[in-house]
Design a protein around this ligand. Structure first.
Ligand code: G3H
Ligand code: 13P
Ligand code: ZN
Length: 312
């Protein structure tokens, strides 16, 4: 199957009560780990590229690697998505350069500016057969070097979503219900709790409309423990409980974004490898188990959190 948009994926996910995983990709091993898991499980998958990923790996390399992954896994739909596009020019460059979906994240701008910029991206994207994710509300955490304190984060106002979706024409909407970017989402000792009431109200206002959750890594404690055991220092890294993500996946949430868990899986694996093999220096030796760790983590998410196995 060629690289597709998220249109049909989301319609099926909404109707089927599951979510599609959107995993951030930065290199070949990450793309292989994710798509091998999705391919074996016959699961649809979204590979997303941030502005930072594009600066690190180069647009062309990432597009070609994703095209190779699609050829290697012809039986599953794969979408190529721009994560947190921050300008019309960046979105246009990805639309012109082979992406099937873009996010314009103008959520930090005043409401009317968010609408105007999102509308402009939607018009260009739709003219080129590309779908658009927009965002209303502000998540806490670190995203592309911008850090938002938890007390400055704002839940999405459900009374705004119809006006926003209608006036922008966006195809999916990221909302803020208490998720947060990065590996340190909550202060140790606090009890993470997503605002399902806000999610429910937003989806009631926008029936049949795909909702997106950013900042949805669960920060598996076995990875944090491994990192700390093998020379790292990440005390108090905490994520979203997986039962809450599973509950969200059964609702109008059709896309769940995961990046930090990929980073943790790779870092834990590589740290362990070096401690156990201090004399090794061939990158293939330590990237092979790191790629397998990404694959195992994604396998678990697809089956136990997203519920999208067998839905390709
Ligand atoms: O939400 C942001 C993603 O985790 C991407 O992170 O900008 O460091 O690539 P990045
Ligand atoms: P995490 O930091 O929770 O993995 O969130 C990733 C994300 O939202 C990418 O847009
Ligand atoms: Zn995000």
């Amino acid at each position: 199957m060629a690289i597709v948009t998220t249109k049909e994926m989301f319609a099926k996910a909404y109707a089927g009560g599951y979510a599609v995983g959107a995993f951030n990709v930065n290199n070949m091993e990450i793309i292989q780990g994710i798509t091998e898991a999705a391919g074996e499980l016959k699961a649809p998958v979204i590979l997303q590229v941030s502005k930072g990923a594009r600066a690190y790996a180069n647009h062309n390399y990432l597009v070609k690697l994703v095209q190779a992954a699609a050829e290697e896994n012809p039986e599953i739909p794969i979408a190529l998505h721009l994560d947190h596009g921050d300008s019309f020019e960046l979105c246009k460059s990805c639309i012109d350069g082979g992406f099937t979906s873009v996010m314009i994240d103008a959520s930090s701008k005043p409401y009317e500016e968010n609408i105007a910029l999102t509308r402009k991206v939607v018009e260009y994207a739709h003219d080129h057969g590309v779908v658009v994710e927009a965002e209303l509300g502000t998540l806490a955490g670190v995203e592309d070097e911008v850090s938002v304190d938890a007390d400055k984060a704002m839940y999405t106002h459900p009374e705004e979503v119809v006006d926003f979706a209608t006036r922008t024409g966006c195809d999916s909407l990221a909302i803020a219900i208490g998720t947060s970017h990065g590996a340190f989402k909550f202060k140790p000792g606090t009890k993470p709790q997503l605002r399902f009431d806000v999610l429910e109200e937003c989806s009631k206002q926008l029936p049949n409309f795909p909702i997106v959750l950013h900042g949805a890594s669960s920060v598996p404690q076995e990875f944090v423990a491994m990192i700390n055991e093998f020379g790292g220092n990440m005390p108090g890294a905490i994520g979203i409980p997986e039962e809450q993500l599973r509950q969200a996946a059964r609702s109008a949430v059709c896309k769940i974004n995961i990046d930090s868990d990929i980073r943790l899986a790779m870092t834990a694996s590589i740290r362990k490898y070096f401690m156990e093999h201090p004399d090794h220096f061939d990158p293939r030796q330590y990237l092979k188990p790191a790629r397998q760790a990404v694959k195992d983590m994604v396998h678990h998410k697809i089956v136990d959190v997203l519920g999208c196995d067998g839905k390709a």
